[in-house]
Design a binder for this molecule. Structure first.
Ligand code: GDP
Ligand code: GDP
Length: 438
């Protein structure tokens, strides 16, 4: 189930990033008193009552070479209209209704059927409440007064947002369908890989494309296994200005990761590894998805008999948190080694869904403890009473212990290594949780 997406649009300096931070419950971001401050985060998750949703601060999408304010707000509004389920249009009571506000309101009004919520920020005191009436002129309904500075009205805003969410869509794929997401920076070859995979022999593409919200999914079958490549909408070239921005690609990747079982982390073999690749991979890891590191454009790499090993070493060094992920060297262009990719995907998907019987699990844990004693602190030693796997996708194991505080990071790591030695778990993160036995 993908979470609904809410986008905040509006002129610079009306307080979008302040409200964004209030909504996602983080007050750490630095808000400076000058327009166009670079923001680190433009994408976060908010909770309201029992609802969880994504929030995009479109003000943080910087469009290359666009310094004309109105033009960049238009780009941001376009992104909101494409990506969001609900659009929050933010204005500023101190500044009143400006010409730019009117233009954006008109653009939204004309171009989208998506629900729009008009918010008026900087309503810091009762006196300013009177200033909100002129915002009715924008023709977008009742304005919601806010003060990001004082944290006023955030609840009303959240309430108004969740009321506008579309009806929940049920996940439309059976459990045995492997959902694949190709994630990576722009131009690493994601869409080329999708086309190459679908164009392979023995791949039967179904002509019923899924339509979860805007996402266009492609179901197909190979060797009796059903797959679906999800969220290719983000990969299709739609010629939008914002599509080449790094932040947009990260946001897209996060939405795709959420819906997948297996993330193919695509690297550009010609360019090597950059920081952004690691961030994107980090999201897949944190989301608990199975992962395969795919080095694409291998045809374009000048190589000798050690190049592949060197690249693999570099990957292991740079992606230490993901040492479980197999690495595949492919070329979308020449289709080199591409036929090996789906069998790897199938394998890691199985590992991701692997369930270990409790008795076997406890044998491995006891052996591990016998070889390397549990840690102790101030004379108290960690005791592991028993272990049980509580979930799959990813495999999640609860260790019932006398005191979870005694569980060290290094010991968890050790147990994880022993479990991997016994059960493989190739391509999947593992979660080990220490719980006090009650
Ligand atoms: P953005 O460019 O729309 O994201 O705006 P920011 O969140 O960066 O805020 C712009 C400026 O307005 C900053 O100086 C904030 O401190 C200030 N600001 C934000 N919310 C409020 C508010 O509710 N009241 C007042 N008086 N100032 C605010
Ligand atoms: P995306 O933005 O990640 O979807 O990347 P594209 O699939 O649009 O590819 C970006 C560019 O890389 C295009 O010019 C492709 O032709 C090129 N490309 C993609 N895969 C390969 C490959 O395996 N080898 C070579 N040499 N070029 C590739």
């Amino acid at each position: 189930m993908a979470k609904p997406v809410v986008a905040i649009v509006g002129r610079p300096n009306v307080g979008k990033s302040t409200i964004f931070n209030r909504m996602i419950g983080e007050r750490l971001a630095i808000v400076e008193d000058k327009p166009g401050v670079t923001r680190d985060r433009i994408y976060g998750t908010a909770e309201w009552l029992d609802k969880s949703f994504h929030v995009i601060d479109t003000g943080g999408i910087e469009v290359d070479g666009e310094d004309e304010i109105l033009r960049s707000i238009r780009v941001q509004a376009e992104l909101a209209m494409d990506e969001a389920d609900v659009i929050v249009f933010m204005t500023d009571a101190k500044a009143g209704v400006t010409t730019a506000d009117q233009e954006v309101a008109e653009l939204l009004y004309r171009r989208t059927d998506k629900p729009i919520i008009l918010a008026v920020n900087k309503v810091d005191n009762l006196k300013r409440r009177e200033d909100i009436y002129e915002f009715y002129n924008l023709g977008l309904g009742d304005p919601i007064p806010l003060s990001g500075a004082h944290g006023i009205g955030i609840g009303d805003l959240m309430e108004a947002i969740v009321k506008k969410f579309p009806e929940k869509e049920e996940e439309q794929y059976d459990d045995d369908v492997i959902k694949i997401a190709l994630i990576g920076r722009p131009n690493v070859g994601k869409s080329s890989l999708v086309n190459a995979i679908l164009g392979e022999e023995r791949v039967i593409v179904s002509d019923i494309a899924g339509t979860t919200r805007d996402a266009i999914d492609t179901p197909f079958e190979r060797d009796g296994q059903r797959y679906v490549i999800i969220d290719t909408a983000g990969m299709r070239k739609r010629g939008k200005v914002y599509e080449s921005t790094e932040k947009y690609s990260v946001m897209r990747a996060m939405q795709a990761i959420e819906r997948c079982d297996v993330a193919l982390i695509v690297l550009n073999g010609e360019q090597g590894i950059v920081e952004q690749d690691k961030h994107i991979a980090g999201y897949a890891h944190e989301a608990g998805k199975a992962a395969v590191i795919v080095v694409n454009k291998w045809d374009a790499v000048e190589k000798d008999d050690k190049t592949m090993q060197r690249f693999t070493n570099e990957i292991r060094d740079q992606f230490q948190f993901m040492s479980y992920a197999p690495v595949a060297f492919v070329s979308a262009k020449t289709k080199q080694r591409l036929h090996k990719l789906l069998p790897i995907v199938q394998h890691v998907a199985e590992q991701h869904a692997q369930r270990i019987p409790t008795s076997v699990l406890n044998d491995v844990i006891s052996d591990a403890v016998a070889v390397n004693a549990t840690p102790a602190d101030k004379g108290r030693r960690l005791k592991i009473q028993y272990a049980t796997q509580v979930a799959v996708k990813p495999p999640t194991i609860v260790l019932f212990v006398n005191d979870p505080e005694l569980m060290h990071f290094s010991y968890t790591r050790y147990l994880e290594n022993r479990l991997r030695a016994a059960f493989q778990f190739e391509g999947t993160p593992l979660r080990l949780l220490a719980r006090r036995k009650s």
